[in-house]
Design a protein around this ligand. Structure first.
Ligand SMILES: [Zn+2]
Ligand SMILES: [Zn+2]
Length: 290
């Protein structure tokens, strides 16, 4: 029986990294024999290898939206999988615009790609990304994938994902403000991986990395979810476990696990994974009848 699990490969909200900080968003899902990467922020390839997953083993990649912290490493990841021996196309499912990104990446690496094809006998790289525009319902091998548009202005093409297989379900919120629809979308899921923001940490963050006006704060407050609201969604949806990712702030020494617990625990008493790159969440076994 193959491992069935969710691994949080990158748990930091936003694109910047600093000494000691975790990496931007990427999540590994292994379920029903399928291996899926959800989002490919910087560090995704390293994270997969650290989780023991060969880059050539990916059955699909899903990108929730086109903020760089969710797809900056998509091209480099596929290129690296290619140099590691990838020979079959990998479905890459995401918003409109991914095809343009992929063409641009290929163009930027044209010298190297052509050289490796000629010099090392590698297959053409371009067709190895089988780019598909995300729809409401689609299959990834044995998995049923549902996408729900979430609330992440100013981006409209931004999605929460639900993957179901043999009575198990994993829901990934994507980047979103709290939305009542998430409760039904995540209903009964074994694991809800939800983005979260610690409101008390926003002032310090804006002072540190903001641009001197309030645009960063306005973006954060209308496009992301306070941890307490996330905890209430998990409770109302009756999920089995709550895991936080895309945590903001995450590299401010003034805020640690106790602050996250203080925000979450009044509303969510169940199993909680507080982010952390490499954190692994095992999934329950499939129902016998499935
Ligand atoms: Zn993000
Ligand atoms: Zn985003």
């Amino acid at each position: 029986m193959s491992t069935e699990r969710v691994v949080l490969l990158g748990t930091k909200g936003g694109p910047a990294i600093r000494p000691g900080s975790p990496m931007p968003t990427a999540t590994l899902l292994q379920l029903g024999g399928a291996t899926v990467l959800i989002d490919a922020g910087l560090g995704a390839a390293r994270g997969l290898c650290d989780a023991g997953v060969a880059l050539t083993a990916l059955d699909a990649i899903v990108i929730t939206h086109l903020h760089s912290d969710h797809y900056l490493e998509l091209g480099p990841l596929l290129h690296t999988a290619w140099t590691a021996g990838l020979k079959r196309p990998v479905p890459v499912i995401g918003p409109e615009g991914l095809a343009t990104y992929w063409q641009g990446f290929l163009a930027s690496m044209d010298f190297d790609i052509a050289l490796r094809q000629r010099d090392e006998g590698r297959p053409p790289l371009a067709p190895l990304a089988d780019i598909r525009v995300i729809g409401e319902d689609q299959a990834i091998g044995p998995l049923a994938l549902r996408a729900m548009r979430n609330v992440h202005p100013p981006i409209e093409d931004s999605y929460a994902l639900r993957v179901d297989h043999a009575g198990r379900a994993v829901v990934i919120s994507g980047d979103t403000a709290p939305m009542p629809e998430m409760v039904d979308f995540a209903r009964g899921a074994d694991v809800l991986v939800h983005e979260a923001m610690l409101e008390a940490g926003i002032d310090a963050l804006c002072a540190r990395v903001g641009n001197g006006d309030d645009r960063l704060r306005v973006h954060l407050e209308r496009s992301h979810s306070p941890a307490g609201a996330v905890a209430r969604i998990a409770s109302e949806a009756g999920v089995g476990q709550l895991a936080l990712n895309h945590m903001i702030p995450v590299d401010d020494p003034a805020f640690g696990p106790a602050d996250w617990e203080a925000a979450i625990r009044p509303h969510w008493p169940g199993p909680l994974t507080l982010g952390g790159d490499g954190a692994e969440i095992p999934l329950p076994a499939a129902a016998k009848a499935a």
